[in-house]
Design a protein around this ligand. Structure first.
Ligand code: IPM
Ligand code: MG
Length: 375
C-alpha cells in the first residue's frame, strides 16, 4: 500500500521521539512491502519562529494533502509562556488543528504491560489483574470551544467560559464508544456531572438512548467526581470510558499514570470522514528536550494506531505492539520507567523495538521480504 503521512513533530521532545517512530515505520515498509511518503511540516513554537504563526497555511496544506497526520507535541517551558513564541501555542496549534479537521473522536488506550507492573503508582494488589481501558473523549465541543471572555477593571473583573453540547455530537461519540466496546469487553462507563450541568443531563439522556442499539453492551453512568476516585480503587473494572471533552482531558491524564508513565501512551483523533491525527499523550517536556532520554514508546504506539485506524493495517499494528512488549520484557527502560534503575536512551529504545520487529517478521514469516528470507 502507498500512503502519504504528514509528519508534524512540533517542539520539545517531539522531534526526538518522532525520529524513532519513523524508524519503526521504515521497518514496517520493509517487512510488509508498503510505501510511506512522509512530508514534514512545522507546528507550534518552531512554526511561530519561521512563519510568525503557530499553525501556518503551509502546514495546513501538508496536513490536508495527506492520508493521516503523525503529530509530536507542542508547547514551551512554563516560565516562558509570555514570550510570543510560546504564548497561546497549544491553543493556536493543537486546538486549531483539531478544530480545522473537526476531529470529534479522541481515543486514548491505557494499558499496563505486565513487564511494567512494578512501575505502576498503584498498589500491586490493585493492579494484579491488569489494566486495559480505552478513554473515548469527545473532542469538538464542550467548554473548550465555547466563548471565553474576561471583562471589567482590575479588582472588578469577570471571566466567562461557555459550555455547550449538541445532541448530534453526543450521539456520534456515543456510537464510537459502543462500537469500540463491541470489539473489547463490551462495557461502557459514561462520565458526566448530570447532578449539576445541563450539558451532562443531555449527555446522559442521549448516551442512554444510543445504548439501546447495542443490547450486548453494558452501560453504566458515573459522576466525574466519583469516577476520579473509582478509577484508582478498581482500574481493572473499566473497559471503554466515554467522556465529554473537559472531563476526558482530566480523567485521561489521571489514568495515564497507570501505564507506568505518560510517555507510554498513544492517542488517535478522528473525524467523521475517518481522517486521523495520531499523537502521544505526553507533552513536549521542554525540561528533558534535546537530552536523548525521552520515552519514544507513546509516539511509536501512535504510529501503530495510525496504521490500524487510518490504513486498516491490523497485522502491522499488532506487530509493533508485540515488538514494544518484547522490548519491555527484554528489560529496556527509558528513565521515566526505570524506577531509578539502569536506563537507555531514546534511540536505544527505538533501535531495540526495530530489532524486535525484524525478529517478529522472521519468526512468523509475516511480510513480503521476510517471507523471502532476507533480514
Ligand atoms: C490534551 C492536552 C490539550 C487539551 C491541551 C494542550 C490544550 O491537555 O490533549 O489532553 O486540553 O486537550
Ligand atoms: Mg490533557
Amino acid at each position: 500500500m502507498n500512503k502519504k503521512i504528514a509528519v508534524l513533530s512540533g517542539d520539545g521532545i517531539g522531534p526526538e521521539i518522532m525520529m524513532e517512530a519513523l524508524k519503526v515505520l521504515r521497518k514496517i515498509e520493509d517487512i510488509f512491502g508498503h510505501k510511506f511518503e512522509t512530508v514534514e511540516g512545522l507546528i507550534g513554537g518552531s512554526a511561530r519562529e519561521k512563519y510568525g504563526e503557530h499553525f501556518p497555511k503551509e502546514t495546513v496544506s501538508i496536513a490536508e494533502n495527506s492520508d493521516a497526520i503523525l503529530f509530536g507535541s507542542v508547547g514551551g517551558p512554563v516560565d516562558k509562556q509570555m514570550e510570543p513564541k510560546w504564548r497561546n501555542c497549544e491553543t493556536n496549534s493543537i486546538l486549531a488543528i483539531r478544530k480545522h479537521f473537526n476531529f470529534n473522536v479522541n481515543l486514548r488506550p491505557v494499558k499496563l504491560y505486565s513487564a511494567l507492573k512494578s512501575s505502576c503508582v498503584l498498589r500491586s494488589d490493585i493492579v494484579e489483574n491488569g489494566i486495559d481501558m480505552l478513554c473515548v473523549r469527545e473532542l469538538s465541543q464542550d467548554v473548550y470551544f465555547g466563548k471565553h471572555e474576561t471583562s471589567g477593571e482590575v479588582g472588578m473583573r469577570h471571566a466567562f467560559d461557555e459550555m455547550s453540547y449538541d445532541e448530534k455530537v453526543i450521539e456520534a461519540i456515543a456510537h464510537a464508544a459502543f462500537k469500540a466496546a463491541m470489539l473489547r469487553r463490551k462495557k461502557v462507563t459514561s462520565v458526566d456531572k448530570a447532578n449539576v450541568l445541563s450539558c451532562s443531563k443531555l449527555w446522559r439522556e442521549v448516551v442512554t438512548g444510543v445504548a439501546k442499539t447495542y443490547p450486548d453492551c453494558i452501560l453504566e453512568h458515573v459522576l466525574v467526581d466519583n469516577m476520579s476516585m473509582q478509577v484508582i480503587r478498581r482500574p481493572g473494572d473499566f473497559d471503554v470510558v466515554l467522556m465529554p471533552n473537559m472531563f476526558g482531558d482530566i480523567i485521561s491524564d489521571e489514568v495515564s499514570v497507570f501505564a507506568g508513565s505518560l510517555g507510554m501512551l498513544p492517542s488517535a483523533s478522528l473525524n467523521e470522514k475517518g481522517f486521523g491525527l495520531y499523537e502521544p499523550s505526553s507533552g513536549s517536556a521542554p525540561d528533558i528536550a534535546g537530552k536523548g532520554i525521552a520515552n519514544p514508546i507513546g509516539q511509536i504506539l501512535s504510529a501503530a494506531m495510525m496504521l490500524k485506524f487510518s490504513f486498516g493495517m491490523n497485522i502491522e499494528h499488532d506487530a509493533i505492539l508485540g515488538a514494544v512488549e518484547k522490548t519491555l520484557v527484554d528489560g529496556l527502560r527509558t528513565g521515566d520507567i526505570a524506577d531509578g534503575g539502569k536506563s537507555v536512551s531514546t534511540s536505544e529504545m527505538g533501535a531495540k523495538i526495530v530489532e524486535n520487529l525484524n525478529r517478529f517478521s522472521l519468526l512468523t514469516g509475516v511480510g513480503a521480504r521476510a517471507s523471502l528470507g532476507s533480514p
